[in-house]
Design a protein around this ligand. Structure first.
Ligand SMILES: [Zn+2]
Length: 125
């Protein structure tokens, strides 16, 4: 497992070279790396892997905290349901492209043998 690919994806950088950006803006991503020309899309439907990444992050960092404060009786159930639904919609809309970027890093982290090699090696950044 090569975590450098995931660390580069966290910083919105190409998993292979660490130079080019993966995301154009908050809603869209580049097709290829501007530095090493790595094609980000591995196959049709590849970036659907961003869905479970987004789901996991929204559940972990939004839904579960709301359920926790409800469990301790701090907020009423109506507020928990409304905030969970609103947050799930908003964070899915705002974070889906970034989760696709994280998926790209996760994919190469666990499937490092599928990473096309560079002509010259890049040092760990
Ligand atoms: Zn690159």
């Amino acid at each position: 497992m090569k975590t450098i690919y995931l660390r580069r994806a966290f910083k919105n950088r190409c998993p292979r070279c660490g130079e080019g950006k993966v995301l154009k803006d908050i809603y869209s991503r580049e097709e290829n790396c501007s530095s090493c020309a790595l094609e980000y899309n591995r196959e049709n439907g590849f970036f659907l892997g961003g869905v479970p990444v987004n789901y996991g992050l929204v559940c972990t960092f939004w839904i579960v905290p709301w359920l926790t404060v409800y469990f301790f009786g701090i907020v009423p159930v109506v507020l928990v349901v409304v905030m969970s639904i609103l947050g799930a919609i908003a964070f899915t809309y705002l974070g889906y492209a970034y989760c696709q970027c994280l998926w790209l890093g996760l994919y190469f982290c666990f499937a490092e043998h599928e990473m096309p090699l560079l002509a010259e090696p890049v040092e760990n950044r």
